[in-house]
Design a protein around this ligand. Structure first.
Ligand code: SAH
Ligand code: SF4
Length: 352
């Protein structure tokens, strides 16, 4: 028995051919799975009874087990999901004014080991496969009753941010495969302009985000100098700020300058939050001539981590300096505080 979720269109065609069916059946099946969200072969009304039985004998359409589900007073919704081997990850839905983003995880744990990140303190257990990545979005869509896939802009689940647990570019093949499925126009159909992949800066794969996928790019920068960045992000010893920004230039050469790159910047008290740090960031952006905007992230403390969040005054002053230089620099609003759920600060072990 084989799970059909996470197979590419081509792989699904091969499966259908293997059970002796015509190629158009693969197209119909794709629509049942990803447009209608159907998990039950017996409800696939345009299939004959023998075909439904054949599918049932060979395949299944899975959802991961929902271990817990919590909803915050601000509408943030968090699922703790468990896969067949018992490994668990979190998925979060973050509502925005007229729509919302689903924040998906790509690994169980993370090998990058950033000092401020709870996921990083859990080390890496394993990569998620395309099935497990796609299924996170499907669980959220089940919960909001958004099947069949809405075609208008009023849907709740309009965006995807790859900012959950794990480093997506350490699991490039499965993440790319999953994002191609999620953006496919015959199924879930989330536009590539509404998908953002966030990376700590795995330089060799950054250009491929443009070349092979065409989704938006966010870089976790968090410091304006190599010395400071290496102190909190060990990956910087392998790929320096300069190398990351050169890779960003390549991304923008493919995507066009208007496709802004978001630089995420965690505001850590007495570490990276002075006006001088802001000015250094501006020089970096000017030097590399990037179409860039910033996202200033309030640090979310967790037990065992020594950092503290910067004061509101400092964060606002920092934002103002960047904005005066012509860069958007909104301060991210902390979401789902009452259920310990905000994208990028997922805490499965603490909260479960
Ligand atoms: N590995 C990828 C994507 C997942 S992390 C990356 O690092 O970009 C997503 C975002 O959450 C990153 O910008 C990360 O720096 C941020 N983050 C991690 N720990 C955090 C914390 N304790 N408080 C606030 N943001 C955090
Ligand atoms: Fe991994 Fe991103 Fe956390 Fe760093 S911030 S440890 S790259 S998940």
């Amino acid at each position: 028995m084989k799970d059909l979720i996470g197979l590419s269109k081509e792989e699904l065609q091969n499966e259908i051919a293997a059970i002796g069916e015509k190629p158009f059946r693969a197209k119909q099946l794709w629509q049942w799975i990803y447009f209608h969200g159907e998990t039950d072969f017996t409800k696939m009304s345009n299939f004959s009874k023998p075909l439904r039985e054949k599918l049932q004998q060979n395949y299944f359409i899975s959802r991961p087990k929902i271990v817990t589900e919590q909803q915050s007073s601000d509408g943030t919704h968090k699922w703790l999901l468990e896969f067949s081997d018992g490994e668990r990850i979190e998925t979060v839905y973050i509502p925005e004014e007229d729509r919302g983003a689903v924040c998906i995880s790509t690994q169980v744990g993370c090998a990058v080991g950033c000092k401020f990140c709870h996921t990083g303190s859990q080390k890496i257990t394993r990569n998620l496969n395309a099935c497990e990545i796609v299924a996170q979005f499907m669980v959220a869509r089940d919960a909001y009753g958004e099947w069949p896939s809405p075609t208008n802009e009023t849907r709740y689940l309009s965006n995807i941010v790859v900012m959950g647990m794990g480093e997506p570019l350490h699991n490039k093949a499965e993440v790319f495969k999953a994002l191609k499925i999620l953006s496919d126009g015959d199924g879930i159909a989330i536009s590539k302009r509404r998908i953002t992949l966030s990376t700590s800066g795995i330089v060799p794969h950054i250009e491929a985000v443009a070349q092979e996928l065409g989704v938006k790019l966010a870089i976790s920068l968090h410091a304006p100098t190599n010395e400071k960045r290496s102190a909190i992000m060990p990956i910087n010893n392998k790929y320096s700020i300069e190398q990351v920004l050169e890779a960003c230039q390549k991304y923008q050469a493919v995507m066009g300058m208007s496709r802004m790159i978001t630089f995420e910047y965690l505001m850590l008290k007495d570490f990276n939050d002075t006006p001088e740090d802001a000015r250094l960031l501006i020089s970096l952006m000017k030097k590399y001539k990037l179409g860039a905007k910033f996202n200033l992230i309030p640090f979310n403390p967790w037990p065992g981590c020594d950092f503290q969040p910067s004061s509101n005054n400092k964060v606002h002053a920092f934002s103002k300096i960047l904005e005066q230089a012509g860069y958007e620099a909104p301060i991210r609003v902390a979401r789902g505080q009452d259920i310990l759920a905000a994208c990028g600060q997922l805490k499965s072990k603490v909260s479960s």
